[in-house]
Design a protein around this ligand. Structure first.
Ligand code: IPM
Ligand code: MG
Length: 423
């Protein structure tokens, strides 16, 4: 099993690289780009053979392949945008002869309400047993006053740790159609194509000891521990170097080594790993400077590698370059097994249930899932091209609305998307 780990990881990063390249192409010359024909020669495991047999006897044409996906709609706008992604997957499956078996499970606030815990065992088990997991978003005002251990966010963290998806890939690509939607000047953001590689299962999010206590003065204190081991830094650095290698060849490691010991170790190990990737140009930046540089001159960045909390912050900042966090998908992968695919944005409780949510990051997360987990390149591209076409036609949800465009809700955006997908 462990022999397969690096290979699998490499495959996933290869796909990732392909995708960022594709995005660039889509952005620059989307109109001319030809859809590659639907050849599915990859030797993927085929599930549901018996199901297929019975369908065939009933005279229903069954898909050549069947993937088992766990769906985690979660909270807030989660269920609305997940519905769009599922319909899109059905349509793309019909077009490309791919079958999906969906199993929906609860996580976050929805799971707290139903079972009193943000991550029921059954949910984690189902995720681990599936081929891939598609998550929408978790959290909301309703659960904000619960103690840290019982909050919806804890469900997401448990899921990431339980699935051992330590590498979080968060692309921030500025699409030409949306360059005006950014709060920054168009000439600053146009052409931006950054990949943030965020460590996802370590650092201060998971470090021990943590908790509450009392100090010498009898005052209450709260504390967390930011800790990274050599092997944790090595494996995320390796992923990041491999991604940088196939992108622009530049990797910026972001930390706070002028202050933090944990960052000194981080920097040392990244430099050590660099010995194996001499073709990549490595630079180092403090997180505070990086927060400034990402806004001042985003085009200076190609690939960024950073720890859990710095990655959380910098990926939100980078998302605003693209016009809206509502546009950004992400993938979390481990060395093997199912990955976790989710939009970068949260559950937006303020607009939940009002048909205002932008479903595109969720839909693009489904495309990422098809590409990285299953190598279904043509199907992933179909989705991305439908998203591009929908934007070209001027459809915009509130978060990416610009003058002269058509303001639509989540369902109208879905209708437009489905029309483009079935073309
Ligand atoms: C993210 C979110 C999560 C995180 C929260 C919801 C736990 O902000 O995915 O970026 O901090 O990782
Ligand atoms: Mg975040």
């Amino acid at each position: 099993m462990s022999n397969h780990a690096p290979k699998r990881l490499h495959k996933k990063t290869e796909r990732l690289i392909k995708e960022t390249h594709t995005k660039k192409m889509n952005a620059l010359q989307q109109q001319q780009h030809q859809l590659r024909g639907g050849s599915f020669s990859s030797s993927k495991q085929v599930r549901g053979t018996s199901r297929r047999a019975s369908l065939v006897t009933k005279g229903v044409r069954a898909a050549a392949k069947n993937y088992k996906l766990t769906l985690l709609p979660g909270d807030g706008i989660g269920p609305e945008i997940m519905k769009v992604a599922v319909d899109v997957l059905h349509e793309v499956g019909r077009k490309h002869d791919i079958g999906f078996t969906f199993e929906e499970k609860l996580v976050g606030g929805a799971a707290i309400d139903a079972f009193g815990t943000p991550l029921p065992e059954d949910t984690l088990e189902c995720c681990k047993q599936s081929d891939a997991v598609l998550l929408a978003a978790i959290g909301g005002y309703k659960w904000d006053t619960l103690e840290a251990n019982m909050r919806p966010e804890r469900g997401l963290l448990g899921l990431r740790a339980g699935m051992e998806v330590f590498a979080n890939l968060r692309p921030a690509v500025v699409l030409p159609q949306l360059a005006d939607a950014s709060s920054l000047k168009k000439d600053i953001v146009s052409g931006t194509d950054i990949m943030v590689v965020r460590e996802l299962t370590g650092g201060i999010y998971f470090g021990e000891p943590k908790g509450f206590g009392t100090n010498d003065k009898g005052e209450r204190i709260g504390f967390n521990t930011m800790v990274y081991s050599e092997s944790e830094v090595d494996r995320i650095a390796k992923v990041a170097f491999e991604i940088a290698q196939k992108r622009g060849g530049r990797l910026c490691s972001v930390e706070k080594s002028n202050v933090l010991e944990v960052s000194q170790l981080w920097k040392e190990r990244v430099i050590k790993q660099h010995e194996n990737y001499k073709d990549v140009e490595l630079s180092h930046m403090y997180i505070d400077n990086c927060a400034m540089q990402v806004i001042r001159d985003p085009k200076q960045f190609d690939t960024i590698v950073t720890g859990n909390i710095f990655g959380d912050i910098i990926s939100d900042a980078a998302s605003m370059l693209t016009g809206s966090i509502g546009m950004l998908p992400s993938a979390a992968v481990g060395s093997s097994g199912p990955g976790l695919y989710e939009p970068v944005h949260g559950s937006a409780p303020d607009i939940a249930g009002q048909n205002k949510a932008n479903p595109l990051a969720q839909v693009l997360s489904a495309a990422m899932l098809l590409r990285y987990q299953f190598g279904e390149e043509a199907a992933a591209k179909s989705i991305e091209e439908a998203v591009n076409a929908t934007l070209d036609q001027g459809f915009r949800t509130g978060d990416i609305m610009q003058e002269g465009m058509k303001l639509v809700g989540c369902t109208e955006m879905q209708e437009a998307l489905m029309k483009n997908l079935s073309k």
